[in-house]
Design a binder for this molecule. Sequence first.
Ligand code: NAP
Length: 280
Amino acid sequence: MILIDGKKIAAELREELKKEVLSLKTKHNKIPGLTVVLIGDMAPSQIYVRMKEKAANEVGLKSEVIKYPESVEEKTVLDKIKELNKDHSVSGILVQLPLPKHIDKQKVIETILPSKDVDGFHPMNVGNLSSGYDSSIPCTPLGCYLLIKKIEPNLNGKKAVIIGRSNLNGKPMTQLLLKENCTVTITHSKTKDLKSECLKGDIIVAAVGIPKLVKGDWVKKDAIVIDVGINKTENGIVGDVAFDEVSKIAKALTPVPGGVGPMTIACLLKNTIECFKRSN
Ligand code: NAP
């Protein structure tokens, strides 16, 4: 079984991006910039933002974090985004989710200029992705896609089963694999007999949020299994896939942690550079 080492593959991607930033600096005499807006003091968001800032600095991007207290008014945040939209030194804008209840998430997403939307959540980017046009692609599915391609460069005609239909993961994942000529089944909480759907998959991407949902006997021999789940349990962080069982059947599997997570951050940096290139 191939253990898909997301940590190593992400480090290689960051190395490539570092070189690209240097060459862009030489060519344009400026560097791509990522601005993250962080609202409130939720511990996980603080940790994610710190990781993103550190990774951005490591590849040589200009990075900035704008912090607001939990009580900040929605208008203040929207005005700041409009200001960042106009700022030429800012290539990409990310507003860390989740947001406090009094702030309308969709309004925030739609205020970010599509060309600076490094998360790929703006309806214009969502539409472009599903129409097969150039767009920002949400970082986690993009990371999963790159991991799958490392194992199997030609996905033509493969059967892919996606578990979970969120805008963040399942839906964009579906579009990416359709573009690669996979036959895609997207499943969710109302799917009948998830096990038999999974058994058809040459590729399975689990993005659910249920610890060890995907069992060994749900997986076809030699399938590629990507585990997006991050679930806190008494025994530490586990994915949506029962690793011990599935690793005996699958051809390749991502661990949790150390699989999809590091790729998500590397893809955020990649998206920032893509935004810079499109605007220059
Ligand atoms: P989400 O928005 O809660 O969506 C979960 C999806 O799973 C929904 O479509 C839901 O179906 C489906 N689902 C729930 N129970 C199911 C069941 N029993 N059988 C089949 N499908 C079921 O979650 P998300 O934001 O996509 O995140 C999913 C997981 O990925 C979480 O553990 C999250 O922490 C993790 N995550 C990891 C990364 C990373 O970088 N590694 C990034 C983002 C998220 P319905 O639509 O019918 O409700």
